[in-house]
Unconditional design. Sequence first.
Length: 134
Amino acid sequence: MPEKKQGFTKNERLCSLKLIEGLFNDGKVVFNYPFRIIWKQHTLETGFPAQVAITVPKRNFRKAVHRNLLKRRIREAFRKQKELLYAPLSARGVTIIFMIQYTGKEMLEYNPIEEATAGALHKLAAAACADKVC
């Protein structure tokens, strides 16, 4: 059986300012330290069950180098573990948009971020599939 590609394509990224604004206005929140995930069910024509945006606040990390490093680590952890979210969503035919916000105040190494990402994706999948539409 061939191995699935673990890429993170442009179609998986949430770039629309209109969608992001709608996400903040009427999205639901899942919290799993050090992440706060805002999500909302939305119909997507991208072929993927979800689109994601990743943010790290300037308030906690003044230097862009540190913010970018954390975003790269979070993006890599998501890329490797996205099947934890995609499988349950695809099985139920649900599509969502969501934003991962880093709420921690300290720079974490990759391994704790990877573990926290796995937990956050499990919580998000459970919340999205427990919603009234599923």
